[in-house]
Unconditional design. Structure first.
Length: 113
């Protein structure tokens, strides 16, 4: 998949290493399609990538979430993750949706196994 990569949430230390959420932008129209991807970095040496999930997005835009304000939409296909918090058996992930709304997603820790 050809895309640009960019920042996302702050890295979070897990028992398996540093979990990092970032965005990938696939070419499409003027802006592109923004998706949240993830990587797991070595806890002792974060320059060492243990796993990089850049083919299957963790989060994609969900137009249903902002359908009630669709008349204000000027972008499409954009989900931009900005934060992550450990919440026990899952993570709470904060993202922007089409630059119109905030999105909170609960993701089971098993997703990153």
């Amino acid at each position: 998949m050809t895309m640009k990569l960019g920042g996302g949430s702050q890295p979070i230390l897990t028992p398996k290493g540093w979990l990092m959420l970032y965005h990938g932008v696939a070419p499409h129209d003027v802006v592109g399609i923004y998706r949240t991807l993830w990587a797991l970095l070595d806890a002792e040496n974060p320059a060492r990538i243990l796993r990089n999930e850049d083919q299957t997005p963790l989060l994609e835009c969900n137009p249903q979430l902002s359908s009630h304000i669709a008349d204000k939409r000027y972008l499409q296909n954009v989900v931009f993750t900005t934060g992550i918090v450990d919440a026990g058996d899952h993570y709470i992930v904060a993202s922007g949706e089409d630059d119109l709304a905030c999105r909170i997603t609960h993701i089971p820790k098993s997703t990153f196994a």
